[in-house]
Structures are given as C-alpha cells and as structure tokens.
Design a protein around this ligand. Structure first.
Ligand code: CA
Length: 237
C-alpha cells in the first residue's frame, strides 16, 4: 500500500467502531485522519481546518450526509467528498451526487476499494462547481448555463440568463435598475436604464408568461423583484 504524506482526511461517521476502523486503516496508508461523529461537528471541523478529502457517512443523526455535503458546497468548500451509503439506497446516492458529492461507496465495502477510490479523488483534487440556484420552481445551473421552470428548459439569451441569475441570487429583494445595470451590463454601458426594462420584459415572456404565472414583478418607482412564489397571471386587456 502506498504511503501518502501530508494528506489530511476527515472521516464523518457516527458508528464508533466503523470510525475507528476507517481511521486506523487510513492512517496505515499514511493519511492524517480526523473523525467527526455528527453533521454539525463535521461542518465545524471542515470550516476550521483544511482537508484534502472527506469520507462522509450518509446516515448521521440530526444532520444527514446529504445535508452536510450541501452545506459544505454552499460554504464554498470543494474538497472531494466520498459518500458512504447503505446498500440499495439508490435515491440517497442520487441525492448525494445532486448536492455535490464526488463519488459514493456502498456499505459493506472492502478497505482496498475505499482506498483506491479515495486515491483517485485526491489525485483529481477539488472541483469547483457552483451549486444550482432555485426559487420556487425556477432553477438555474450556473456551471452549465441552463435554466428551467419546473421541468421545462428555458431558452435564454446570454443577457437574459445573467439577468435571471441575478434575480435568483436575490429572491424577494427589490433590485434597482442601476444595480441591475451595473451587474449585468458593464460599467461602460451608456445606453441608459431603459435596456433593463426591455430585458425584464423579454425575460418575463420566457419565464412567466408561457407558464401563466407572474413571479418577476415591477415595484413601482423602485425596480424589480423576483417573488419567492409566483402569482397566477391575471390577463390584462
Ligand atoms: Ca452512520
């Protein structure tokens, strides 16, 4: 077994015997290993120290592994996460991968396999993946620049996409035309704030109108706001 120097792992496992077994085996491989036995402890340790990878048990009391992984990613922690799941828990595996776990291993597993998977993940290193933005049934994935209302994919121009992304990052807040202009258009843009009104109109035609809802609303004299929940659209003559 190769000796790995200077690589620090966090093992998150509430079953003490399992945690001790993993720690001992990984230390024999040459890793430095810390153990956390609850979700909150894992989040605290990962925030306080720097880990090259996290071995994350799915079934944890209180905060489960999926939630721990989600919160790590939301906090901008991108170290590889290897999720340990129970046999046949396909939904859990999918949920884990959805929230940014890199790989999973089904219990019971051989230590040799764990060791091999871990080496592969550590060799690859951290992969920064912005998490999806979601407000009601509007969803946007900045990494692949795709957006959806429910299951319908939205066909957006580059500017419309950036505009929607900005609204999704500030749900429920009133965004002024000036602020939108500065964020979505660059500072050198001199076309005036009418362009914002124009693009909000375009965006509504794509994200609201076809679905019979109104979520992107005008706040008179202030700007625009993406509501937390859409209203049913009232047809106007
Ligand atoms: Ca467990």
């Amino acid at each position: 077994m190769p000796i790995v120097r200077g690589v620090r792992l966090l093992v998150v496992e509430d079953e003490l015997r399992m945690a001790a077994l993993l720690k001992r085996g990984l230390e024999e491989d040459g890793y430095a290993v810390d153990v956390a036995s609850t979700g909150p402890d894992a989040l605290w340790q990962a925030g306080e120290f720097s880990y090259d990878a996290v071995l994350l048990d799915l079934m944890l009391p209180g905060l489960d592994g999926v939630e721990v992984c989600r919160q790590l990613r939301t906090a901008g922690r991108w170290m590889p996460v290897l999720m340990l799941t129970a046999r046949d828990a396909v939904d859990d595996r999918v949920r884990g991968l959805d929230v940014g776990a890199d790989d999973y291993l089904t219990k019971p597993f051989s230590f040799a396999e764990l060791s091999a998977r871990l080496r592969a993940l550590i060799r690859r290193g951290a992969v920064v993946r912005p998490t999806e933005l979601e407000v009601a049934d509007l969803r946007l994935d900045p990494a692949v620049r795709r957006a959806w209302r429910g299951t319908s994919e939205l066909e957006l121009s580059s500017k419309e996409f950036s505009l929607l992304e900005m609204f999704l990052r500030h749900p429920g807040q009133v965004l002024t035309r000036t602020r939108i202009l500065e964020n979505v258009w660059d500072f050198a843009y001199e076309g005036g704030s009418n362009v914002v009104d124009q693009y909000v109109l375009y965006l509504r035609r794509k994200i609201d109108r076809p679905f019979g809802v109104e979520q992107l609303e005008t706040v008179r004299g202030a700007g625009y706001r993406l509501r937390d929940e859409p209203n049913a659209l009232v047809e106007q003559e």
